[in-house]
Structures are given as structure tokens and as C-alpha cells.
Ligand binder design. Structure first.
Ligand code: GLA
Length: 535
């Protein structure tokens, strides 16, 4: 057993691509706040099966087998994380097809200073403003967000995306653009704090030579210097892109992740908030396999999202993003989230980069906006997926077309009450921010949308919530009414006889036994229910 152990360990210690060869096809670096409810779904790679788990110092967890023959068929660890902060390891024992044991260690970090115990919530400047950002614009957006209740709803990281710096290519000279930010980034943070002391500033850089617009230097090789600069300005989050890369993805991100981890140790001592690393690598190098190991709390798992319903594999819309991520649920957990990209709610077909769709003109309103139903579906699904929630529309009192130069006048009002109701739906945000940190599972057996990137069929998703509750979502992908579906509860891991199900949009509560009857769906509608077992 010792020899096999060494071989298996070697295979999984060469991270990144080697992770794919691991006998475990799920997260192996986990996080928890001290003493909290804990869940780890253990999915074996093809050819392996799970045999047991050796717990060390993590005795308040049990290996559960009740899902071995239903739904996505896996074992999982469930219970409570240790109360004491520290690094823990438990070992999952697998067997290969020849019956050989192959133990895989899982590292569990228990800390009250995690980067983001729940998915980060933010506003990002890119979709609406692209390169045209400034102190005044960012502050006016933040004021609008404050006035509309969005910062208090949790969207408290305000992120300046590409083109905030001087137009330069020399990393050592990285500094803010003085015309755009005359009071410096420190001045921007100070004004942000005046609007809401719980607001934090996020900034953007790139793990290569230049950012994606080729406009400002990236941070590769200058990670510590740039991070110190951001920290000295009062920045609390980094969106870190991967254009013009100069090294392999894992190493490139790890350099920044290590610098952030050092900074966070200092911050913890000083009682300052943790600094967040948002990996923006578009899913090309499968960051779900190494993003946590590289030191990020979330990673884009999709190409740049578009304001479209389906989009395509290359430029995904709402469902395109979902299709990219729907089978990656076993890689999400507390402090490790798959990012489905910015929400397009509120763009109304007038954003900039997010509205470039081949076959449509970029501007002039020829890109179909998301309908209210589709917008609601996007929020529903992003919340079910425990995706970071990144707003991207123009919340200013007097919005302007900005990066969409062909638009002369905007609809009045641009941001509707429906948009605000969608983005501030308390129950949905609570689903997104649920402490268990689980991403909804796609249940292919119960779904009819097996063909990805197509406008037909429906998809069924189940998300484990804390306290044993479940959230179930069904999305009607097509433009036709979908008749009510009866979903068997046991196939969604609900084995009690009776449940109460609560519709998060209508507020309706119903009692049921064995099945969830969804009711009819409007075109493009997603319904979300919370199910609680009846005592
Ligand atoms: C990439 C990212 C976008 C945005 C732009 C900025 O495309 O994926 O989200 O940050 O770069 O240039």
C-alpha cells in the first residue's frame, strides 16, 4: 500500500494538468470557517471507486453513501469542520479497476480569514464602460448603487477593469492614469468609503506582459511589487486576466496567489479585510483543477459572457455560460467558486463589449437585449451555481451610452424597477450566499437539454443548502410554453416522505409527497424552489 500511495501522490502533486490524472475528479483543496457545516462531494475519476476516508482531526464528518445509487451517484463527506483554525488533511481511499488502493489526500484549510467564504459580489466596469472609466464615473455608479440598495444587498466590491493605468508597457512604471483618476486610487477608495464604509475597491491586472487591451502592463514577474502598490492604495480585490501570457497558467497565477497569501497573513494580524484574488482565465486551462491551489477564491470558467440567451460555445450567452459550467459542480465549495462571468441584467442590449455578438452589429441596438424573463433566469441560475455575482450595468442617476458610441439616447429609465427587483431578490441572494458553498448539480437524467448551446429542452438543477434544505431550479430553454413537470424527489436527494416547497418568485408554499410538481413555464422561464423536509 505504501508504494502505491507514493505513486498516486506523485501523480497528483504535479498540479495543473496532472490534476486531471488524479483518481479523484473533484476538489482536493477545501476550505471552511471554523466549526461550520461542511460538505465535500467525492467524485472518482473514471476507472476508480471510493473505498473509504481516513479522517484525522476531522472526526465530526461522516462518509455518506445515500447518493450512491441516485442522481449523480457519488459519496460525500458531511458534518462539521473542526472548531480550531489550522490545516487539516483527510485521505480518500480509492480503488482502481484492478482493486489496487490509491489514497488521495485532501487539504482542508479551516480559517476565519478566508478570502471569500461565500461567492464574491461586485460591480465591474467592463461591460458598460470598457476603457472609458474615471473617478467621477465610478463614484457616480457607486452612489447609484447605494441609492438603489445594491451595496447593502451585498454587492460591495466595486471593480475598475482594464485601462485604469497609464498607457505603458513597462511593468516597473505601472501607475494610475492621472487624467482618469486625478485623486489617485487612494482618492477613489476614500470617496467610495464615504458612500458606504462597507464598500471595497477591486482593481484589474493580467498575469502576462500586457492586459487584454494591450493598453497597460501586466503583472507577470512583478506580482509582489504590483500587489504592494494596490495594497498601499487601499485596494481589496484583484481581477487577474490571462492575455499576453508569458508562462503556464498555474505558475503564472500561483505567483500572484502566493503574494496575496503573504499579504493576507499580515492583514489578518492587523485585523484588516482579506484581499481577494479573482482568476480570469476564461476556463481555457481548466482553472477549476488548480485555481484554489494557485490562491484564488474564484475563477472564470467560461469565455467572456454575452448579453444573449444562448450565445455559442465561443461567445456564450446566459445558457451558454451555464452549459460550460453545469458539470463542474464537484469543483466548487466554500472559498472556491466557478465564475459564470458578469451578469448582463440592466444592460438592455446597449452594453459595449458584452454586446459584441458575431452576426449582429456591435452597436445600434441590433443585439437583442435580454428580456425580463431571461434576465430573471440569469440571476436565478447564477445564484443556483454559487457563481460570483458581478453586476455590470450603469447605475448612475444619469446613465450615458459610454462604450456603445452608436447609441444616442437611452431608454428612460434605463435600469427598471424589475431589474432592481431581480438583482436584490433576498431569497435568491441567500441561495447564492448559502454557507455550504455548493454549486447546483445538473441532473441530466431529469433534464431534456442534453444538447448544449441549443434553444430547446429544459434543465433541472439541485443545490444543497445548509441545514439539509435543497434549492431546485428548472429552466425552460425554449421560446415556447413548457407544461408542468413532475420531478421525483428521491432523484434530487430528498428521501423523506413529505416536503414543503417554496417558490422564491411567487412566495407560494405547497406541501408535497414524493414529487415536485413545477407548474407550467413561460418561454425562457426559470423557476426556483426551496424544499424543506416536513417534521
Ligand atoms: C478579458 C476579460 C474581460 C475584461 C477584458 C478587459 O476579455 O475576460 O472580462 O476584463 O479582458 O480587457
Amino acid at each position: 500500500m505504501k508504494k502505491i500511495f507514493t505513486v498516486c501522490l506523485l501523480a497528483i502533486s504535479l498540479l495543473g494538468f496532472a490534476q486531471e490524472k488524479s483518481p479523484l475528479a473533484c476538489a482536493t483543496k477545501m476550505f471552511s470557517l471554523p466549526g461550520k457545516e461542511y460538505m465535500h462531494k467525492l467524485v472518482p475519476a473514471k476507472g476508480y471507486s471510493i473505498y473509504g476516508v481516513e479522517l484525522r482531526g476531522t472526526q465530526d464528518m461522516t462518509l455518506k453513501t445515500d447518493r450512491a445509487f441516485t442522481g449523480n451517484r457519488y459519496y460525500y463527506l458531511y458534518g462539521k469542520a473542526p472548531q480550531k483554525e489550522g490545516e487539516y488533511t483527510y485521505t480518500v481511499i480509492l480503488k482502481d479497476s484492478l482493486g489496487k488502493e490509491c489514497p488521495v489526500p485532501v487539504q482542508l484549510t479551516v480559517s476565519s480569514h478566508l478570502q471569500s467564504a461565500t461567492p464574491p459580489m461586485s460591480w465591474i466596469s467592463w461591460n458598460w464602460f470598457a476603457e472609458d472609466i474615471s473617478h467621477e464615473k465610478i463614484i457616480d455608479v457607486a452612489k447609484g448603487m447605494q441609492q438603489k440598495g445594491l451595496i447593502d444587498a451585498g454587492y460591495n466590491h466595486i471593480v475598475i477593469d482594464d485601462c485604469w493605468a497609464e498607457n505603458d508597457s513597462v511593468k516597473a512604471r505601472l501607475t494610475y492614469n492621472k487624467t482618469k483618476f486625478p485623486q489617485g486610487i487612494t482618492g477613489l477608495v476614500a470617496d467610495l468609503k464615504k458612500i458606504n464604509h462597507n464598500a471595497y475597491l477591486g482593481i484589474y491586472s493580467d498575469a502576462g506582459s500586457l492586459t487584454c487591451t494591450d493598453y497597460q502592463p501586466g503583472s507577470y514577474g512583478y506580482e509582489k511589487e504590483h500587489l504592494r502598490l494596490f495594497d498601499s492604495w487601499g485596494v481589496d480585490m484583484l481581477k487577474y486576466d490571462f492575455c499576453n501570457s508569458e508562462g503556464p497558467a498555474y505558475e503564472s497565477y500561483r505567483a500572484m496567489g502566493d503574494a496575496i497569501s503573504e499579504l493576507n497573513k499580515e492583514r489578518a494580524k492587523d485585523g484588516r479585510p482579506t484581499f481577494l484574488l479573482n482568476i480570469c482565465e476564461w476556463g481555457s486551462n481548466k482553472p477549476w483543477l488548480w485555481g484554489a491551489e494557485a490562491g484564488g477564491c474564484c475563477w472564470r470558467a467560461t469565455p467572456d459572457g454575452r448579453e444573449a440567451w444562448i450565445g455559442s460555445k465561443g461567445l456564450p450567452g446566459v445558457l451558454g455560460c451555464v452549459d460550460h459550467v453545469r458539470d463542474l459542480w464537484m469543483y466548487a465549495g466554500v472559498n472556491r467558486y466557478n465564475d459564470l462571468d458578469m451578469l448582463c441584467v440592466g444592460l438592455h442590449g446597449i452594453g459595449g463589449p458584452s454586446n459584441y455578438i458575431p452576426g449582429h452589429d456591435q452597436n445600434g441596438g441590433t443585439v437583442p437585449a435580454l428580456t425580463e424573463e431571461q434576465s430573471r433566469s440569469q440571476m436565478n441560475l447564477w445564484c443556483m451555481f454559487a457563481s460570483p455575482l458581478s453586476l455590470s450595468c450603469d447605475f448612475r442617476e444619469h446613465p450615458q451610452p459610454e462604450s456603445n458610441k452608436d447609441i444616442k439616447t437611452l431608454p428612460e429609465p434605463l435600469i427598471t424597477n424589475d431589474d432592481i427587483a431581480i438583482l436584490t431578490n433576498k431569497e435568491l441572494i441567500a441561495i447564492n450566499q448559502d454557507a455550504l458553498g455548493q454549486q447546483a448539480e445538473y441532473l441530466s437524467e431529469l433534464s431534456t437539454d442534453t444538447e448544449r448551446f441549443a434553444a430547446k429542452g429544459y434543465g433541472v438543477f439541485v443545490k444543497d443548502l445548509s441545514g439539509g434544505r435543497k434549492a431546485v431550479a428548472v429552466v425552460n430553454r425554449s421560446n415556447k410554453v413548457l407544461k408542468s413537470i413532475d420531478l421525483p424527489l428521491d432523484k434530487m436527494y430528498m428521501r423523506e416522505r413529505a416536503y414543503i416547497y417554496h417558490n422564491v418568485w411567487t412566495g407560494e408554499n405547497k406541501n408535497t409527497e414524493y414529487i415536485l410538481a413545477t407548474g407550467d413555464f413561460r418561454p425562457f422561464e426559470t423557476k426556483v424552489f426551496i424544499l424543506t423536509a416536513k417534521k
